[in-house]
Design a protein around this ligand. Structure first.
Ligand SMILES: [Zn+2]
Length: 628
């Protein structure tokens, strides 16, 4: 999926280049030339229009609304695939921030009354060509106390941009630049301060701008030569603007980043989070311990079987014990490719029973992965290159998982498998029904967070309890050796959901791509470092099995907060309060709990200055905000 991004971004850079050329030809690219009188004219025109617009109030449905909650308006381009994708992701992010949202086409802004919204998001690069009325009207709304998130790089900086750039805190612009590194100077999201990330997957373009000293820069981006502000906020009049200087933010993994930008619009803001650290070991137990490999011979003078028994499993157990982490092992009985239940066979592999019981005895959890590794899809559900046999019917899929359950009950008496992870993350609608039918104790399904660039029945989820009560709990990241792209992905999710959801495979060492040609010692050190960093930066994070995390997701999702933000306090109440609820709180002030209804701790006592974890113990609570 990184490759898919790169293609998109290269395309984008190309079009930016073209736009830039057009600008240069028109001789109007340096917008220091905009004359103040121009914008005054526009302003005058604009206030007349506003009066007429406010009269015609539209009734629209919202995604997440509650009396006393904030409300956002998204301006997007219905004919632009990227803008449509971004709009969808913004809605997801806003839902988790507990901010209501409505969307309207940029070409219809003349029918909108901005003051009805707490914030307005520009989610399209086509402001110059599509926005129906002068953008100054939007920035007048900001002046009057409104919040504007200019959420994507404009693909040209024409008259509209020129009329408001000073209100974004921009002094000077010298064109576009490309970059592939991020440096987070401030806490855009919990734990982000000081983070430096570099990855070719970040390749993107932004405006090369100089900002007013009063602008608050949350992140910068660079390419080794040029550094530009990537995310900043600027107070204009009684309101505030935030600008995202790039295009990558439209992707699924950037939902958290987008959420951070939205939070940056407000002095004080809080939203409930799941608070869970989940570690999945896919294909564990499985029959793979009989293989032979030169790698373990050379490195440890051991067979693969001895390596797993003497090195891998003891190492993984010690890593878990260090932090009290809980694994969810995903059981697969055989690697045959039989999809006709009449032909199912099973010869007990030597170590399956041992590892499953060892996992359970050590306090970890066992979930279902499959009778075999053939994804539960009908013909055409997986890409041909995977060489999986399709299942003929839902009934056959059900039979396969019933077979797995009967093997599990023989190997691990009394164990109920409450979670399911689809092999290779493919699962069709029929497959999902089959899983529910075959596993009566099923609580949670864990697929993946994004399917960008993939084809077939990829099981993509957002964190939510589905209508049928099953928890959809995706995995965000994977492997022993995370790239910076992967790192941003999991930190972004930690910021929005308060979740670290990561999977590994026992055979990462033997896989060319996943093992990256490194020794087990290197892989294990890298894994330990990642887990150690997560625990250090988010010390409150609860290590949970995935079925415990499903309960945590339920409590978080059900909690329906009303939050009254005052200058010196936040008065909160939670409807559907099913037990302690965790919130992230962002504030420049000093938050203090006044009684036992809630407790407050900095995200990371070493590094945090903006974000706190609030544990709400009772449905009604008060947080005092003292001047720092
Ligand atoms: Zn697997």
């Amino acid at each position: 999926m990184e490759k898919y991004y790169r293609k998109l971004i290269l395309l984008f850079l190309f079009s930016v280049g073209t736009a830039l050329l057009i600008f240069l030809i028109n001789g109007n690219w340096f917008f220091g030339r905009a004359t103040p009188s121009d914008s005054r004219t526009v302003l005058a025109l604009n206030s007349a229009r506003e009066t007429s617009v406010q009269a015609e109030t539209e009734s629209v449905s919202a995604d997440w609304t509650k009396a006393g909650s904030r409300n956002a308006l998204i301006l997007y381009s219905p004919n632009d695939e990227t803008s449509v994708y971004y709009e969808k992701n913004l809605r997801v992010a806003l839902k988790h921030l507990r901010i209501g949202s409505q969307s309207v086409a940029l070409s219809r802004t003349d029918s909108v009354s901005y003051p009805e919204y707490d914030l307005v998001i520009i989610a399209s690069p086509h402001v110059e060509t599509e926005m129906a009325d002068p953008i100054t009207r939007l920035f007048d709304y900001a002046e009057e106390g409104g919040r504007v998130f200019w959420g994507i790089l404009p693909n040209e900086t024409g008259a509209q941009f020129q009329s408001v750039y000073r209100k974004l805190g921009i002094i000077d612009l010298i064109g576009y630049t490309d970059y592939s590194s991020y440096y987070f100077e401030d806490e855009l999201l919990p734990g982000f301060k000081g983070l430096t990330l570099s990855d070719e997957g970040f390749l993107d373009a932004g405006l090369n701008v100089t900002l007013e000293d009063q602008a608050r820069i949350y992140a910068a981006a660079g390419n080794g030569q040029t550094e530009v502000p990537l995310i900043w906020s600027f107070d204009t009049g009684k309101g505030r603007c935030v600008f995202y200087n790039g295009t990558a933010i439209t992707g699924d993994f950037y939902r958290g980043i987008a959420a951070g930008c939205v939070s940056a619009l407000f002095d004080d803001t809080m939203y409930p989070v799941i608070n869970a650290l989940c570690l999945f070991i896919d294909d564990f137990p499985s029959p793979q311990y009989e293989n032979e490999s030169e790698i373990t011979r050379k490195e440890y003078n051991r067979t693969v079987k001895e390596f797993y028994r003497d090195i891998w499993w003891p190492d993984m157990q010690s890593a878990a014990n260090r932090y009290g982490d809980v694994y969810t092992g995903l059981f697969i009985a055989t690697y045959n490719d039989i999809v006709n239940p009449e032909d199912f066979v099973f010869d007990e592999p030597s170590m399956e029973r041992y590892y499953g019981n060892s996992l359970l005895r050590s306090g970890h959890e066992l979930g279902a992965h499959g009778y075999n590794h053939q994804s539960l899809t009908l013909a055409g559900g997986t890409p041909a290159s995977m060489n999986y046999n399709p299942w003929a019917s839902q009934a056959d899929m059900t039979a396969s998982l019933k077979k797995l359950a009967s093997i599990a009950s023989d190997f691990f008496p009394g164990v109920v498998m409450t979670s399911y992870v689809p092999p290779s993350n493919y699962l069709s609608a029929e497959g999902r029904s089959a899983v529910k039918e075959a596993l009566p104790g099923l609580k949670v399904i864990s697929g993946i967070y994004t399917g960008e660039g993939e084809e077939g029945d990829v099981y993509v989820q957002d964190f939510e309890i589905a209508k049928d009560g099953i928890a959809e709990f995706p995995r965000i990241s994977s492997g022993m050796f995370p790239s910076d792209y992967e790192k941003l992905s999991y930190l972004s999710a930690l910021g929005l959901y308060g979740v670290f959801s990561h999977f590994i495979h026992p055979d990462d060492l033997f896989d060319e791509e996943r093992g990256r040609g490194q020794t087990w010692d290197v892989l294990f050190d890298s894994y330990s470092e990642m887990i150690g960093e997560i625990h250090a930066s988010y010390p409150f994070l609860r290590s949970l099995s995935v079925s415990e995390a499903a309960d945590a997701l339920f409590v978080c999702q059900e909690a329906t907060p009303s939050l009254d933000y005052q200058e010196d306090a936040i008065y909160g109440s939670v409807e559907h309060f099913y037990g302690e609820v965790f919130f992230y709180l962002k504030t420049d002030k000093n938050p203090v709990s006044v009684d036992k209804s809630c407790s407050i701790q900095p995200i990371d006592p070493e590094n945090s200055s903006l974000y706190y974890l609030v544990t709400v113990n009772e449905p009604v609570f008060t947080i005092k905000l003292e001047k720092p």
